[in-house]
Design a protein around this ligand. Structure first.
Ligand SMILES: [Zn+2]
Length: 119
């Protein structure tokens, strides 16, 4: 029997699967309506190696910047929801953050407020 770091293949499959699934489930739960189905990729030996949940990114809606901000907030929370966010997770959070800032600027313009650059 081949051992993987002291585990049998089946134990490793279960361990990896649970780890990846819990990570993806954290994304999915926090992403709510914007998150898609969890998928888990396996290597040639059938061992789960990675997973992902598609998430709908916000698009700047100049007529309704608050909607964009709310959407971005959910995406940021969803991207950083697992206890061990990946590099890709941080990238998703970052791009949602920049869309949020653009939406915030549009909103401030609309309400006649100037951006307070010292804040
Ligand atoms: Zn992730």
């Amino acid at each position: 029997m081949i051992l993987y770091n002291g585990l049998t293949k089946q134990e490793l499959i279960t361990k990896n699967y649970n780890h990846i699934y819990n990570h993806e489930l954290a994304h999915k739960s926090a992403g709510g309506q914007f998150a898609g189905a969890i998928s888990i990729e396996r290597d040639a030996n059938g061992i789960p190696v990675s997973g992902h949940v598609p998430i709908a990114m916000p698009v700047l809606d100049k007529n309704n910047p608050q909607k964009t901000i709310d959407h971005a907030n959910i995406v940021i929370r969803a991207a950083l929801a697992p206890s061990d966010p990946s590099g890709q997770d941080y990238k998703v959070a970052q791009s949602a953050q920049s869309i949020k800032m653009r939406a915030q600027a549009v909103k401030n313009e609309k309400t006649g407020k100037k951006l307070d650059l010292t804040a």
